[in-house]
Design a protein around this ligand. Sequence first.
Ligand code: ADP
Ligand code: MG
Ligand code: MG
Length: 885
Amino acid sequence: MSQVNVIPFHKGSMDMKDLLGGKGANLGEMTRSGLPVPPGFTITTRACLEYYKAEENLTSQQKQEIATALTALEKETGKQLGSSDQPLLVSVRSGAVFSMPGMMDTVLNLGLNDQTVLGLARLTDNERFAYDCYRRFIQMFSDVVLGIPHYRFERIIDERKGQTQTSSDTELTAPDWQWVIDRFKKVVREETGEVFPQDPMEQLYRAVIAVFDSWNNQRARIYRKIHKIPDDLGTAVNVQAMVFGNLGENSGTGVAFTRSPSTGEKTLYGEYLINAQGEDVVAGIRTPEPISSLKNEMPEVFEQFQRIARKLEDHYQDMQDIEFTVERGKLYLLQTRSGKRTAHAAVKIAVDLVQEGVIDRKTALKRVDPEQLDQILHRRIDPDAHLNVIAKGLPASPGAASGQIVFDADKAERWSQEGKKVILVRPETTPEDIHGIISSQGVLTSRGGMTSHAAVVARGMGKPCICGCEEIAIDLKKKTIQVNEVVLQEGEELSIDGGTGEVIKGIVPLIDPELSDEFQKLLRWADEYRRLSIRTNADNPADAAKALQFGAEGVGLCRTEHMFMETERIPLVRSMILAETQEQREEALQRLLPLQKEDFKGIFEAMKGLPVTIRLLDPPLHEFLPNMEELLIDLTRMQMTPDTDPQALQEKETLLKKVRTLHEFNPMLGHRGCRLGLIHPEIYAMQVEAIFLAAAEVLEAGGTVEPEIMVPLVGHVNELKELRKRIEEVAKQVKSKTKYQIPYTVGTMIELPRAALTADEIAAEADFFSFGTNDLTQTTFGYSRDDAEGKFLHHYVDQKILPDNPFITLDTAGVGKLVSMGVNLGRQTKPALKTGICGEHGGEKESIFFCHQSGLDYVSCSPFRVPLARLAAAQAALGKSVEED
Ligand code: ADP
Ligand code: MG
Ligand code: MG
């Protein structure tokens, strides 16, 4: 007979997890290592998938195998399902391959009916206990199998407690429970039109089916979506002899972790309840006791449990989450799995286990999920604080911040210069608000999504941000925000938690991100194994210094447009753009030059001689000018005011005309990047001169530099060829002026499909390629990111038309193919070509794995993601992602 449907615990083991699910595999493993586990068998995930195909019923083969396994279980326990003398009771428990705690269903005390309950009372000499089990069974079976909501039954229990003037379940007596059971049965009859099923085999088959079905309930689906667990795995079902924690004061049930899942500290961490069954601990009916008090109440059991917990941890070589039950002083184990934990705990436990000699470094590196590290690297709210939450928005950038409410960017900047902490609150933000974002502790917007400007910028800066918080009404005139009846004025204190999206009234206590000793150690181990270099995206010395502290080995992308956006420079940048003559433009640029030089010098110094890739100006010029609609409104207003200064009016009109000429139908594909550099050579010439002058000053002061000049948006080799020639000319000029030979390289972004396709030609002119995978994704898919994410992309992902959002997880099949092709073609021409990736993908785990496999030299990401990237790069080199329990 085939063994695919049902497998007894004593034949199961850890490596059969795909077939038995996590719970079943571990029950098997524990049974085989001689631990006290109540016997039982597992109905496999394969049986579950077959059941889905077999149109809602168990196959006769499956029923037969279940019956055979049950007979063996009866022999082993000396009891029989449905017998009144020696009734066997079982639990029917869900258990998927990846643990989904509490998401699916379980039925306890199955096998009870009007006859067997009498046998159970006789056998245990405890009538109260037997009726307590029966009512629990009716309640759970009705909920899970018959779909009758729980509260229908809880009400009846409350009614009885009222009648008898008792407050806790344990005070109800056998006659009370009998009364309750009668009423329960009536509810079942009303709701289903049938009597409560009395045949134990029918009970069993129906429970198995219901547990199979619970794989598809709403909360399980949502859980799988969040944790990227495939929908088509199905669940196993475990049928297990019951043990009873509700047999009196010498019985109980509990859950414990072998180490703290919150801090990782090596102490037993858990709770238990005396005289209770498993689900009572989590249901909150009574407040459980901390596990440490079990030491006084049941010293021997506690000793034994502690010993077993340690043994299980040694066996699995990881922190375990263990369920246990004590029946009349005897300890039973009901489940073990590797425990879910915070990032702090994950890091500490992994490093501690290495130091205890339990696991090696490689294993430790695989144990921590890089994505989870986000939690550690941002300021967060003290978990013990009481919070007054007034609204909830999209958790756009993790971390927490408190400050005074400010409604515009200028004021944010002013207030912060005065030493105040501010939270910038806007309907939405635009690039012109950048100085306000920089000056604030965090950003809250009422419009816009997870990739809105505010969100992207805030994440890039590691600043907390909540977007699209539509519940709050922002009144920019009155300078108030309102949520229901709460009204807050400018200057009042507000806090945001960008990890949860919670908007909180008042100041909350924050704790700093800390690179604990363990964390530093783990990252140093990661450095030993990874092949990829890790660089950072940084536009200013502070970010660069932060990234260096987090272990960055260079700057992979220094965007120069943010420098142009700074408040005191915007007028200069504008006069450069608006210049009527070549001289006017040159003059504006000459005034920008020393400022740019200082920018670059600051970054070179912060990076202490490590390579710095500087991208020449990329966005279209109109981004630095005021918005056309707003200008039109201003102008109209001025025209309608009788005593407007004619000169001011004239200036406005000129500005509007210029904005109109620069207006583009599709700026993303318009006059930007190297196209701008070729048409307005003086802009790049100024930037390149600033780079070389800054480098010369650093050399002069005895430092070292490694500038890498990056030309954006090249699509044809001739673009780069021409610009490279001009860069070399500037280098010569600077050399003759400063006498310093600056070591530098010239390379390009590969962010257009044509660039990837002709990478062999482009490589002839480039010392390095940096894949700009954000633009490459836009141009490969033909999506404009903001439009796609705002309109159809979520739908695409929900409908599984696309597996993931390609702007978050690199599309390896399409965009990735272009990357690999670019690397390979480029190296054909120039074997020493340096290759990297910059942009958000450079800080994303799966994309980093891909970069490793494609043979890139480095990834570059925002400073706060550098530690994550170090770890992910090590995992890529070790050839396996995080271990799942
Ligand atoms: P979950 O996956 O939601 O934890 P479980 O299948 O582990 O669901 O069961 C729910 C509760 O019932 C747990 O507390 C468990 O320990 C308890 N339980 C399960 N099977 C038995 C059994 N055979 N005897 C006693 N308690 C059990
Ligand atoms: Mg459990
Ligand atoms: Mg780009």
